[in-house]
Design a protein around this ligand. Structure first.
Ligand SMILES: [Zn+2]
Length: 176
């Protein structure tokens, strides 16, 4: 750490304190005696997402959060729940210890969590990520959800609103 005034390579730390995501150090140059400040921050390893067409792009937390928010629109899920969900995914991704990760893995991580959280949000998200080709594939996914009712958390919302008497419940085609 060279002194910004005289370029001398050694300095003495006279004060050190934690700031947001790092440490701020006040230093005194051992040659000219002038004081300057340095910051030390943890640098996260960069994470590349391999897209379907093979292109790479930097992992973008906001993009993932936006996709999940969209799937959760008008669902009774607090914003902080979604933030936490993305935090978990981000942590898991870094723990994989890989520099490049296929976008599908990230989609699967998001789907697995949404599935436990809210069925409607899950189906919406899955239909974008898995690109359900037709209503049959969508129906299969919904059926598999209904069949695995045991995995659902007790506070899980019903997949479809109760029959309001206007018909025999809602049809699959109304799921966005
Ligand atoms: Zn100096």
């Amino acid at each position: 750490m060279h002194c910004p005034y005289c370029g001398y390579p050694e300095s003495r730390v006279i004060d050190s304190r934690d700031v947001d995501d790092g440490i701020r150090r006040r230093r005194s140059c051992l040659s000219c005696g002038r004081r300057f400040t340095t910051y030390e921050r943890v640098q996260r390893a960069s994470l590349l997402v391999i897209k379907k067409d093979g292109r790479r792009e930097e992992f973008n937390r906001e993009k993932l959060l936006n996709g999940i928010r969209k799937a959760c629109e008008k669902r009774p899920l607090a914003g902080e729940v979604l933030e936490r969900l993305v935090d978990e995914i981000e942590t898991d991704l870094y723990q994989l210890g890989q520099v490049e990760i296929p976008s599908r893995i990230i989609g699967d991580m998001a789907m697995a969590r949404l599935k436990r959280l809210d069925h409607i949000a899950y189906i919406r998200f899955a239909s974008v990520y898995r690109e359900f080709a037709d209503i049959t594939m969508l129906k299969e996914e919904v059926d598999s959800l209904l069949n695995k009712g045991g995995e659902v958390l007790p506070d899980q919302l019903p997949l479809f609103p109760p029959d309001d008497g206007a018909g025999r419940g809602r049809k699959l085609g109304t799921v966005p």
